[in-house]
Design a protein around this ligand. Structure first.
Ligand code: C2E
Ligand code: MG
Ligand code: MG
Length: 929
């Protein structure tokens, strides 16, 4: 049912109820209150009727008394006159009977008449006189009343004839019949209509008879409603003796009620009319003000519902609740529109995410599993099953399908990881384990998963993936092997050896009496074999040597109950860790066996290769804390063996140990010296052999140690190189020298082009940011790069030709001059020389020194000068101690020289003083041309 119908129905019902209530109140409250009033009025009407009767009775009594006073009866017997008098009275008083009675109540004269003029004789006097009643009437003094005669009810009056009361002459009785005319008259007087009957009248209905009985019992009035608009009022009228003889009945119109009803009806009709009009008006107003807007809203909502078009807005300009409702509705739609847009976006993102996920799953090739921990069932994806070689139906939903296939060695760990995650001890479940393939082989898988817990902390669901990582595992194993093994011989490499040795050292600190030894083996003259027979033979030799060592160790292991680890350190260096030996004799036994084994030649292709090896042995000692230290000692012993003439073994002893300790001390002192600024730079001039003037200085580092005095670089540079301290030292020298050169340029304009030469170590060369730090220092000291020379030893150049060449090119491009230091002492391959972007060769001082005595040295110097010229390079001779050497070199057209003849390396103040003196060493050669 629509709201409109409902509201209209409610209005209508309300209307009907109001009308009904009004009617009801009138009908059942107002009208009943009218009844007593009406009854009272009816009673009064009846009283009026009775009053009329009563007045007639009294008038008759009075008339009777007056007539009785007249001398009607003179004697005992009536006369004619008496009869005339009676007739006259009857006429005059409209009487129907006038009777004279004697004292014995016997009629003595009478006159009868009827109103219709009928003969009086038609009446039987007995019908008139009821003697007993008359007697009673006179006895009670009741002189008048109604009597029922044979002709009907009549008013009767009795009076004693004049005389003494105690002795009356007789009685006069007069009758007047109550005729319909009389009744009409009385009705007129009473202004109401009534009827009367003798109470004994047989026409009375049984109800009326019972009313009569009530009257006889003393009741005065009886009123009953007859029909809806009539009151029937009964009353009794008494006879001569006072007993009711007449029953009076008056039917009264209930006028008040009728009028009230009529008024009520009119009012009701008016109410209904006005009410209906109000109702209609109300409904119209309701429709206009509420329903129209509501139906607009409904239509709008329905339209949106049907079309889903949320862009529509409801226009309803009202200031009331409906206006607010439409406004709120619009807001709601706006919100919905925004929500829908957001949902669409989220949906799109979800779709993309799902697609991505699906792609990822396809791409990742992972198997998926989803474990319902409540039912203990797992759903395995197809890929999961296929990974293990199964098809869809072959694997059920039981977790055992998975867990039972895990390798027995891994199962415990997997279960522990699962349990840990279930107990929320881990953020996710992750395990790498082996799982059995259908074929019976094992795959390596990576299993990851994540559980979901309910609010009670119980895990309910767990899902995750399984990735086949077998290839990765194999690869990792290979990598691990490669990382720890030498590729040529498959022996453990340095890293693995260090690890084993560290463990042995730890073992030694824990167990007194536990002894081990490190043997350092180096093939003698391997470089010769390698260079001479080629790398292939060299490699084969190393492989066979490794094989031989393995055999020896196996044999020794089975004799003595110790074990050995053999490793290759690179090149021709091998090391052996002899574990759990009883004495140094065990180690020397191995060393001797190796020596003996090498007496036999190696047969490689068609070659028979003989080789020997030098062995250094270092025994375990509780003082050792690092593996490096032990290896270094074994290495030291090995060098000693080589120095002893090779093909033998040496045991690291206390002397070697003290030397090593000394070196360690030096190392420590050096570290401190850097911090304390004990390093200084001396400068040695480089002189143009043409002009005899200083063209450059070489910066040479010195260590002015408070304990050791001035320490030569020959002593500490190798250690600095080994420990890496050279980088800091090199930077210090470069910075100091550049700054000094710059200072000289500024102080001495004559030497504005003075160059500064700085030595660059092999180790510094390997530094990745070498170029950067040189650039920084040049910028910092504002030195022109063209005034900087860098000296690099031959060995540095040969170390890594490609890399060095690239770096040198960069330096050259910066404008820096590059020198090859100590040229002639290394193994420079002449074929490489022209490829290096170097400018100058510094001929090693050994050639200069020997130049005088040895013809060969002089030839070498000459050749080097020529070679340099051929390569468009300059030359500098080092170690010129005598003038003759200088002159000789000048003759050989060597560009520049450096040596004690000119000056030793000088502290900065002395070098400055030298510059200021502007020295010239020998006169320029005479101009031949
Ligand atoms: P080097 O670069 O070849 O330097 C020349 C060496 O010969 C210097 O020895 C110098 O004092 C010495 N000398 C010069 N003239 C004569 C002479 O007439 N007779 C003799 N017998 N010797 C002469 P020093 O200063 O002891 O340096 C030794 C080596 O230490 C240098 O050889 C160089 O390789 C290295 N060195 C020195 N300072 C540095 C430095 O700052 N950095 C690096 N990386 N190495 C440096
Ligand atoms: Mg040098
Ligand atoms: Mg040199």
């Amino acid at each position: 049912m629509s709201l409109r119908v409902k509201v209209e129905l409610i209005l209508f019902i309300t209307f009907a109820l109001v009308i009904g209530l009004g009617y009801g109140i009138q009908r059942f409250v107002v009208i009943p209150q009218l009844v007593p009033v009406e009854r009272e009025a009816a009673g009064r009407d009846m009283e009026r009727c009775i009053g009329v009767l009563e007045r007639q009775r009294l008038a008759l009594r009075k008339a009777c008394a007056e007539l009785a006073d007249a001398p009607l009866l003179r004697g005992e017997a009536p006369t004619g006159e008496t009869a005339r008098a009676l007739a006259g009275a009857a006429r005059e008083l409209d009487l129907n009977a006038v009777v004279l009675l004697d004292v014995g109540f016997n009629p003595i004269a009478a006159h009868y008449s009827s109103s219709d003029g009928a003969s009086a004789s038609a009446y039987d006097s007995d019908a008139w006189i009821a003697r007993s009643e008359l007697l009673q009437a006179t006895a009670v003094g009741q002189g008048a009343g109604v009597d029922l005669t044979g002709l009907g009810p009549a008013l009767v009056a009795v009076s004693a004839l004049s005389g003494a009361a105690e002795s009356p002459l007789g009685y006069l009785v007069i009758y007047r019949l109550i005729t319909p005319e009389h009744i009409q008259e009385m009705q007129r007087q009473a202004a109401t209509s009534f009827q009367l009957w003798p109470v004994t009248d047989p026409v009375l209905s049984p109800e009326e008879r019972s009313i009569v009985q009530e009257f006889l019992a003393g009741k005065k009035l009886h009123i009953e409603e007859t029909g809806s608009d009539l009151f029937r009022v009964y009353a009794a009228y008494p006879g001569l003796t006072g007993r009711p003889v007449l029953l009076l009945r008056s039917d009264l119109q209930r006028n008040l009620l009728a009028r009230a009803r009529a008024t009520m009806q009119t009012g009701l009709l008016a109410n209904v009319g006005v009410g209906l009009a109000a109702l209609v008006l109300l409904i119209i107003l309701f429709r206009r003000t509420v329903m129209d807007s509501l139906s607009l809203l409904t239509r709008h909502a329905a339209h949106i519902g049907k079309t889903g078009d949320l862009s529509l807005r409801l226009v309803m300009d009202r200031g009331d609740e409906l206006g607010t409702l439409s406004h709120e509705f619009n807001r709601m739609v706006e919100q919905l529109e925004a929500d829908r847009a957001y949902q669409l976006e989220v949906k799109e993102q979800l779709r993309e995410s799902e697609e991505r996920y699906a792609r990822a799953v396809r791409g990742a090739n992972d198997g998926l599993w989803d474990w319902n921990l409540g039912t203990d069932e797992i759903h395995f994806s197809e890929r999961w099953k296929n990974m293990l070689g199964f098809e869809g139906g072959e694997i059920g939903p039981s977790p055992d399908e998975w867990l039972d296939r895990i390798h027995p060695d891994d199962r415990e760990n997997v279960l522990a990881a699962l349990e840990a995650h279930r107990l929320q001890k881990t953020a996710h479940f992750e395990s790498e384990h082996r799982i059995r393939h259908k074929s019976g082989t094992y795959l390596w898988v990576l299993c990851r998963g994540l559980a979901v817990w309910n609010p009670d902390g119980e895990p309910t669901q767990m899902a995750g993936s399984q990735t086949d990582i077998t290839l990765r595992k194999i690869f990792e194993e290979q990598l691990r092997h490669q990382a720890l093994h030498d590729s040529l011989t498959s022996l453990p490499n340095r890293a693995l050896f260090l690890d084993r040795l560290t463990q042995a050292i730890k073992m030694g600190t824990r167990h007194a009496g536990y002894q081990f030894a490190v043997l350092f083996l180096d093939l003698d003259r391997f470089k010769v074999i390698n260079d001479g027979l080629g790398h292939v033979i060299g490699d084969a030799l190393l492989g066979l040597f490794a094989e031989k060592l393995r055999g020896i160790l196996r044999a020794v292991d089975s004799v003595c109950r110790h074990s050995g680890t053999l490793a290759r350190f690179g090149g021709d260096e091998f090391v052996v860790l002899l574990d759990n030996i009883s004495s140094v004799a065990d180690a020397t036994l191995v060393a001797r066996r190796v020596e003996r084994a090498l007496e036999e030649p190696f047969r490689i292709d068609s070659h028979e290769v003989y080789t020997t090896c030098s062995i250094g042995i270092a025994m375990s000692n509780p003082g050792y804390t690092s593996a490096e230290e032990l290896i270094r000692n074994a290495d030291t012993a090995m060098y000693r063996a080589k120095a002893q003439g090779k093909a033998c073994f040496e045991i690291f002893d206390s002397d070697m140990h003290s030397k090593a300790m000394e070196r360690l001390q030096l190392e420590n002192d050096m570290r401190r010296a850097i911090d304390r600024g004990e390093f200084i730079v001396h400068y040695q001039p480089i002189i143009s052999l043409e002009s005899g003037r200083i063209t450059a200085f070489e910066a040479l580092i010195r260590w002015r140690s408070p304990e050791r005095g001035l320490v030569s670089p020959a002593e500490f540079i190798p250690i600095a190189e080994e420990t890496g301290m050279i980088v800091a030292l090199g930077e210090f020298v470069l910075r100091t020298a550049c700054a000094q050169a710059r200072a000289w340029h500024e102080e001495l304009p004559r030497y504005a082009d003075l160059k500064i030469s700085v030595n660059l170590s092999v180790k510094e060369f390997g530094k990745p940011d070498l170029i950067g730090s040189i650039t920084d220092i040049l910028t910092e000291t504002r030195l022109d790069p063209r005034l900087l020379k860098l000296e690099i030893t031959e060995s540095a150049l040969m170390d890594s030709v490609e890399f060095v060449t690239r770096t040198l090119r960069q330096l050259r491009d910066m404008g820096i001059e590059l020198l090859i230091d100590d040229f002639g002492t290394g193994y420079s391959s002449l074929s490489y020389l022209h490829r290096f972007p170097t400018h100058t060769l510094k001929i090693d001082q050994s050639f200069i020194r020997d130049m005088q005595g040895s013809h060969e040295s002089a030839q070498i110097v000459r050749t080097v000068v020529l070679l340099a010229r051929a390569l468009s390079m300059g030359t500098i001779a080092e170690g010129i101690e005598e003038e003759s050497q200088a002159r000789r070199l000048r003759d050989l057209e060597c560009g520049a020289g450096q040596g004690y003849f000119f000056s030793r390396p000088l502290p900065v103040e002395e070098a400055t003083a030298l510059l200021k003196s502007d020295p010239v060493w020998f006169a320029p050669p005479p101009d031949n041309g």
